[in-house]
Each structure stands twice: as C-alpha cells, then as structure tokens.
Ligand binder design. Structure first.
Ligand SMILES: [Zn+2]
Length: 202
C-alpha cells in the first residue's frame, strides 16, 4: 500500500473501469445499479462521507451487489489551499464512515474535482493513499443528451481506461442514467471487459 496516482490501468489489456462520483442517489444510483446488474458488470463508486451518512442503506446495497466503493472526501469541498488538518480530517472521517458501513480492504481516494495542490499531495503521500483519477471523463454534467455522453466515452476509450460519470451531486442525472444503459452494450461489443478499479490497477 503506497501513494500513487492512477489515471488508467494496463494499456495492454482490453479492460476498463466504470466509475461514478458524487452519489449515491435514491433514484439515479438505483437505476444505474439495475443496468449494471442486467449485464453482470461491477463498477466503482466514489462517495463523499456526507452522502454515505445520508444514504447508508444505498451504500450497503452497492456493497451487497458486489461493487467497489472509494473515498471522495467528506464534504466535497475543493482540496486546494486547505490546511493539513482539514485534508486529513476529510479523508479519515470518510474512511471511518465507509468502514463502518461494511467497506473492506484498502480504500482508494479521488479528490473532489480531481484536484490537489502540493500540500494535498504531501498529506496523501504520508497517508499512503492510492489516488484514482481518470483518462476518460466526458463531462457528463455538461452534456445535453445521453448520446453525447456515449459518443464522447467511446471516442476516448482505450485499453485500461478509467471512465468517470456522475450519479449524484444534487442535480438531475437522467442523461447519465440513460447513457450508462446505452454505453455498456457498446463497450462489450468492442470486446472490453469491465473491472473494478482495484482489479484494473492490480
Ligand atoms: Zn465529485
């Protein structure tokens, strides 16, 4: 277990990881879980401590269905220009909540907005955290249709890709929900295997 930043997995293997940030949400996450179950695919959900506390039963549902859960800070406040104490607190508090809800093993971290400054990197290095960023972020929150999300993901899809989509965060994610259902069969058709982040980077 050592500090390392990942943006993708092995480029030589036709595997990818689907990741979801800012959930869980009682409507959008549950619909996404249905699509994942239909194709028997495992994904990784980066959850804030605040949302995990609010939707603990959903966190347990995600675990129960065999998906992976990562730490996305406690409050989703940017980690830029923060004190060491603030950063440690955001991460440790969330790890504790996730563990209490049944998350097992090493918990990976994804900083809010994917951003860290020198201090945040130093703290995370001391905490020996694995940082999971992405190489395939279609900015689904800016897309006007599910088709646009699907197109953008497929255009950038490569062996080892880490895809990031959003299933919560207090806004309507129906475009993303529908995109996931369209995207899975397209990715499978191209011969890719879906893996959790820990499988992809192992
Ligand atoms: Zn986020």
């Amino acid at each position: 277990m050592a500090y390392k930043i990942y943006r993708h997995g092995n480029r030589k293997e036709k595997s990818i990881a689907l990741t979801f940030d800012d959930g869980p949400h009682p409507l959008f996450t549950v619909s996404i879980l249905k699509s994942l179950a239909e194709y028997n695919i495992k994904a990784t959900f980066f959850i804030t401590g605040k949302d995990a506390e609010e939707h603990s039963e959903l966190v347990q549902k995600i675990i129960h269905e065999g998906h992976e859960i990562g730490n996305h800070s406690f409050s989703h406040k940017s980690m830029i220009f923060r004190s060491i104490i603030f950063i440690i607190n955001e991460i440790e508090k969330t790890d504790k909540i996730l563990k209490n809800l049944g998350v097992k093993g090493e918990i990976y971290f994804r900083p809010p907005y994917g951003r860290m400054d020198t201090i945040a990197r130093m703290v995370l290095r001391k905490m020996r955290k694995k940082i999971i960023l992405w190489d395939n972020g279609p900015k689904d929150f800016k897309c006007l249709s599910s088709e646009e999300v699907v197109d953008k993901v497929l255009k950038k899809l490569k062996p080892g890709s880490i895809i990031v989509l959003h299933d919560g965060g207090g806004v309507d994610r129906s475009i993303t929900v529908k995109a996931v259902d369209m995207l899975i069969p397209e990715i499978l058709k191209k011969g890719y295997k879906f893996q959790t982040v820990s499988e992809l980077i192992s």
